[in-house]
Design a binder for this molecule. Structure first.
Ligand SMILES: Nc1ncnc2c1ncn2[C@@H]1O[C@H](COP(=O)(O)OP(=O)(O)O)[C@@H](O)[C@H]1O
Ligand SMILES: [Mg+2]
Length: 255
């Protein structure tokens, strides 16, 4: 089992969104996935008036026919729960464990980070990225298995580039998640692939632009999922700059 832990010492950085998106990406590869809620919402009564974000999402995933044992939600409030549940998930044959955390790192979150094969630090703007860089210094020192992620930059490529710069010397995934309905509304729509197929229509039909955006978002999620897999194997996708050929634009990056 591979354990991926989200890290951001600031709320609203995109941890929960990225957790759900990567779950869809790995599920599309046929892998059994467990999502661990290690936020303050863990332990919410799912039948109460306000189920947690991940509980709501699980309900929508079930509506898309994705249920245990393919996808499980584990909720942990203590260090022991985190460690025992992770070991149990491994024993049950889960391939990928995705752990969502909160901005303040207490014992359970630190325990989760201790289990990580890969830590992913998402940011939706340069501001979040700067906070995260400080948080990494404060909480994690010089982690080897940490990759930063640009997600949902609303102001286009310029802002995404600034976010990349703001991450400083930390490794950043080349794949970025665009700002997209298919990604932001996962607790309404559930599985991204399912949502995309529900929008499918021909170019001359109304709704085609929505379908095209959702499809582009799904492609980005799958690209990121592959890059995450490479990162788990110790491989990094780097920008390729040494190319003199006239076709350079076709191969900006190499594995
Ligand atoms: N790729 C994305 N596309 C659209 N919206 C996004 C994306 N990534 C993050 N967001 C938005 O950013 C906000 C914060 O994301 P969230 O995952 O809840 O942050 P965190 O869990 O770190 O507090 C959400 O409202 C979400 O809709
Ligand atoms: Mg969250």
């Amino acid at each position: 089992m591979k354990t991926i832990v989200m890290f951001a010492n600031k709320g609203g950085s995109g941890r929960t969104i990225a957790t759900m998106a990567l779950a869809s990406g790995f599920l599309a590869q046929g892998k059994p996935v467990a999502v661990m809620d290690c936020t303050d919402q863990a332990g919410t009564n799912p039948k109460g008036r306000q189920p947690s974000t991940l509980q709501n999402w699980m309900m929508q995933m079930a509506a898309c026919k994705i249920r245990p044992p393919q996808l499980e939600l584990i909720e942990c409030r203590t260090r022991d729960e985190v460690e025992d549940s992770a070991a149990a998930a491994d024993a049950r044959g889960i391939d990928v464990l995705l752990i969502d955390t909160k901005a303040r790192l207490d014992e359970p979150q630190l325990a989760a980070l201790g289990l990580a094969d890969l830590i992913i630090a998402p940011a939706i703007s340069p501001f979040e990225a700067k906070c995260i860089v400080e948080g990494i210094d404060q909480y994690l020192g010089t982690p080897e298995d940490l990759m930063c992620l640009i997600t949902g930059c609303r102001n286009g490529a310029g802002e995404a580039a600034e976010t990349r710069t703001a991450f400083g010397y930390h490794s950043v995934f080349q794949s970025e998640l665009p700002w997209a309905e298919a990604i932001s509304d996962q607790i309404l729509n559930g599985d991204i692939a399912h949502f995309v197929s529900s929008l499918a229509c021909k170019p001359d039909r109304p709704g085609f632009a929505r379908y095209r955006d959702a499809l582009a978002a799904w492609n980005a999620v799958q690209r990121l999922t592959h890059e995450v897999e490479w990162a788990l194997d110790g491989q990094r996708l780097e920008p390729f700059t040494g190319d003199q050929s006239p076709y350079a634009f076709k191969r900006k990056a190499v594995a």
